[in-house]
Design a protein around this ligand. Sequence first.
Ligand code: HEC
Ligand code: HEC
Length: 510
Amino acid sequence: MRKTVIALITLLVSMGALATGAMAFGKDSLTMEKCSGCHAVQEGKMARVEEIRATPDEWGVVIDRMARLHGMELKEGERDALLKEICETQILSPEELEKVSYLNLNNNPQTVEAPQSDEEGQLFATCVRCHSAGKIYSYRMTESAWAKIRDFHYYMDPAIDGQMREMKWYDEAGKMLASLAKSHPYGKAWEAPKANLAGSWIILGNEPGKGDYRGYASIKADQNGDYTVMGTLNFHDGMSERFQGEAVLYGGHALRTKTQHNSFETRGAYAFTNGVIQGQHHFPAPDFRTSTSTWYPADGSARVLKVTPSFLLAGETTTLTLDGVKLPQVKATDLKFNGGNVEVLEARRDGETIIAKVAYRGAGAARANLEVKNLNTVPVTLADQIDHIKVTPGLGRARVHGGVHFPAEGVQFEAFAYAGDLLLGPVPAQFKLTEYVTREGDDDLAWVGGIGKNGNYFPTSDYGRILTREYKTEGTGLVKVQAEYERGGRQYAAEADLAVVPPDYVPRVK
Ligand code: HEC
Ligand code: HEC
């Protein structure tokens, strides 16, 4: 208890001294109004706030804590306004943010974090126990701000010495924070570039379990500098989706969207860099699908952007779809494969795309470049045959429904084809679940529900005792995921594991 009180006092006292520099928050800014009462401003700099850069998502966690624990008043709309203002100078750079982008959306990312060095192994042992490494790497701080993170933990979690009893956490944390100050320094305040997203965009994307799509978006700016977006996505299988909603750009590069797709709610997180918007939108429960796309300015110069499928097998005739901007009329001789013996049998423009029939006449695996007229080239992989398929994630983790604030989280499994070690691309395998017998009378399969043929798993049970199940446990368990695929008269099979677990009741500690 005494340690906690001392820690809090140290924190409050240390909100004082800071170095000089340009003013990030003007006298009339909302940040000045809301935060300066507790965070001293000296020589134009606000203590703590201007010692940290972080992702918009982690700034959201901090602002929420100021309200939740310290009594800061937050009126309707102020949270969003604060986030936008703070991110103008206190956000990560696009490169820094990209490394932790798997935490951008609450889409149950299956990313497995693993230490890349002995030093990082030490950090994982000391710090990546209650939250992800990504949460830590979402921050850049001055040396003194990193050092305060130790007291912050004693104050947030007074039991931490006991929880981390296999080490002297106080000492180990000190070492790790000193090392983070070197590897993840504050550097300097971010200067948000002037960015304007208003205009027409071409969208090229993929939704696992559903396929590739092409679409259009129109983005308009409103008087607050926020955006409204609307558009259509046309899937290669003939289905289409209309969407509309709002978007906010943080720090000139981190775009966050809230859109309705055919009346289904989605959240999106994108990076706006080099004039291109790239990222994901996610359909929460009960859909639980994540779609990845790139948005290109529709008024750019003529160019090819994407070819689907991205691999050819010897002995097959393949119909390719080429997406791009202002694609020209073509005939077969306008398409050339540089590298590899590929014959173009037919080619024509169909609306906005080019459709081509091609056949790989060569032997062996190779990378080729497809050139259309005198435009740019796009890569295509060539192989004799598919040797095997592989399922990702190798171990998927789903969470059962835990009430309105903790909706269920699913997993999208995907099958990829390989020629030897060479990744060819995704293939539409058929999925099913089987029992993974880990104990006598193992009955998990009977309780976790089924998987979609396309690999989309979503738990159907609620967190709570199932009275008719042995030991009255909930609908959780460990099962096998089987994928089967047939091509050219050959059968391919692969498997993965699926763990269905209880809800994550502390979502801010990602
Ligand atoms: C009512 C007092 C109060 C107000 C108002 C307040 N804070 Fe804090 N702030 C605290 C206290 C106490 C701490 C130390 C404990 C903690 O981190 O929760 C703190 C810590 C912080 C930290 C350091 C977190 C870290 O990781 O070390 C940041 C950043 C911060 N506040 C940002 C803000 C911002 C931005 C605002 C305005 C939107 C704000 N605070 C408003 C009391 C306040
Ligand atoms: C015993 C569990 C535990 C361990 C071990 C732990 N953390 Fe945390 N950490 C937390 C919790 C809980 C929070 C979130 C507090 C909140 O926002 O309510 C947190 C939040 C953070 C934050 C965000 C700060 C903020 O202002 O919100 C950072 C950065 C962080 N931890 C870094 C570290 C580092 C570095 C280590 C190792 C030295 C570490 N953590 C070890 C539990 C832990």
